[in-house]
Design a protein around this ligand. Structure first.
Ligand SMILES: O=P(O)(O)OC[C@@H](O)[C@@H](O)c1c[nH]c2ccccc12
Length: 457
């Protein structure tokens, strides 16, 4: 377990907190301090006797008074500044280890979500399955920040210095600064998603979701549908996107009826559908996903969400998703590996999205990736260039992809038969298209216009 201190206050990261005893890995005891971000969470029953409160680390570490206090606390919690030089330098990371009950517990569990959440699916324990696989170097890395930067990930998963403001009595602390202001739209979305998921999980803990899965029809084979459409038509298999709006393009369609659009896509020859579920930035919803599934649409469905936690995968499945999107610029390798495992257990496909060579190389090195999406739109800047698909499939990368029989999806910015021919020539066997279809008065007919011929039936 680990906590991050900001401005001298311990803030528990949401990934540390459990939304049900179900998700606590055995031998680990979750402890929650009152924290201002995310909203304070309750603690699991055996720990409810622990006092909650705010803890001033600077005082804890430095003052005499605090050593008294520290002693008092030690019966309950042991504090392991790790390493102390770093704490002193930036007062940013402290590890907490519970001593309850008499478990030899834990020292510092590696600070990566994958090891912490301990979600199990079926009889297999994902975390233990991963333990053997993650490289020692990876597990040994003490800071998620460092893992993330070593993988070239620029997106910070949470504001490093906490939210812009917090209140103590009548006082207001922390003004807007570099550490609590998102640097780009993707970062903003991810920070918002983190809070949103924390709240959603509270309403629907993992064990209730798992129960709900028993009544959900089995997943459909997303990849097989794309391959067979490609074989049938000689053109890339189409994932047609049900998208009302986007931060870069605004509202795409005012009279937005997700089920009617999905049905039109299916009729027009789409192999699969992608359904935006993000509400705030894309005006989508999980209700749309479920409504499309319940309306009897047969195409496999991709849950188009910004996944930051495995819980979202279970939630998507419970709403009828057959596949999920994992964005390499958001998720470190270990999270991708972990989430791939979960998808496998749930029988879902995983579309792993990359935008540049570095992300492509990372993803190609991960075992078990069968479907890679190349996003021609940079989600940080919104720039679109379909030449990216070509660039990332040239040379050795293309060769490796063919050897591994990975199916590549060209994503975003595709409007004309020439665009389709261009990315097909580059090596994709599938395309993901939203705007150019959803804007048509008949989105199904839009498919024929996009491909330059009828691909239905
Ligand atoms: O509407 P377009 O330009 O055809 O793009 C569709 C799809 O590629 C795009 O919506 C997308 C690709 N990756 C994403 C990740 C999150 C949200 C949206 C996306």
């Amino acid at each position: 377990m680990y906590a991050r201190a900001s401005s001298g206050l311990i803030t528990i990261l949401p990934s540390m907190t459990s939304s049900g005893a179900d998700s606590a890995p055995s031998g680990t005891h979750l402890l929650s301090w009152q924290s201002d971000y995310p909203p304070h969470k309750s603690i699991s029953p055996p720990l409810s006797t622990y006092k909650k409160g705010k803890l001033d680390i600077r005082r804890l570490l430095e003052s005499e008074e605090s050593s008294e206090r520290k002693k008092k606390m030690e019966g309950l919690v042991s504090f392991q500044p790790f390493p102390s030089s770093v704490i002193q330098r930036r007062l940013s990371t402290v590890y907490l280890t519970t001593r309850y009950p008499s478990s030899s517990s834990s020292s510092c569990a590696p600070p990566l979500r994958a090891q912490q959440s301990g979600i199990t699916g079926g009889s297999e324990s994902v975390s233990s399955a991963l333990e053997g696989k993650a490289s020692e170097q990876e597990v040994g890395m003490l800071y998620q920040d460092e893992v993330v930067s070593s993988q070239g990930i620029r997106i910070r998963r949470r504001p490093p210095t906490g939210p812009p403001l917090h209140y103590v009595g009548p006082f207001e602390f922390r003004l807007q600064n570099e550490g609590n202001t998102p640097r780009n739209i993707l970062e903003e979305i991810v920070w918002h998603k983190d809070k949103e998921v924390t709240l959603m999980k509270e309403k629907r803990p993992l064990y209730t979701l798992k129960k709900a899965l028993e009544n959900v029809p089995p997943p459909r084979d997303f990849i097989a549908a794309l391959r067979s459409a490609h074989q049938r038509t000689g053109l890339p298999g189409l994932i047609a996107e049900v998208k009302k709006a986007s931060p870069s393009r605004g509202i795409l369609r005012e009279d937005f009826d997700p089920v009617a659009i999905a049905q039109a896509y299916e009729k027009g020859g789409a192999a699969c559908l992608s359904v935006l579920t993000d509400e705030k930035y894309f005006k989508g919803s999980f209700e749309n996903l479920q409504a499309i599934r319940d309306a009897g649409v047969k195409c496999p469905l991709l849950c188009k969400e910004f996944i930051v936690e495995a819980w979202q995968i279970y939630y998507g499945r419970s709403k009828g998703a057959d596949a999920v999107l994992l964005i390499a610029s958001v998720l470190p390798d270990l999270d991708i590996k972990y989430m791939l495992k979960i998808c496998k257990i749930l029988g879902m496909a995983t579309l792993v999205e990359v935008h540049d060579e570095r992300e492509m190389d990372r993803v190609l090195a991960i075992e078990g990736v069968e479907l890679i999406g190349i996003n021609n739109r940079n989600l940080e800047t919104f720039e679109v260039d379909i030449g990216i698909t070509k660039r990332l499939l040239e040379g050795e990368r293309g060769e490796l992809i063919r050897q591994k029989d990975i199916l590549v999806v060209g994503e975003s910015g595709l409007f004309t038969p020439e665009d389709i021919a261009f990315v097909q020539e580059a090596g994709v066997k599938a395309v993901l298209v939203g705007e150019s279809l959803v804007k048509q008065s008949d989105p199904g007919q839009g498919i024929s216009t996009l491909f330059g011929r009828d691909v239905s039936g």
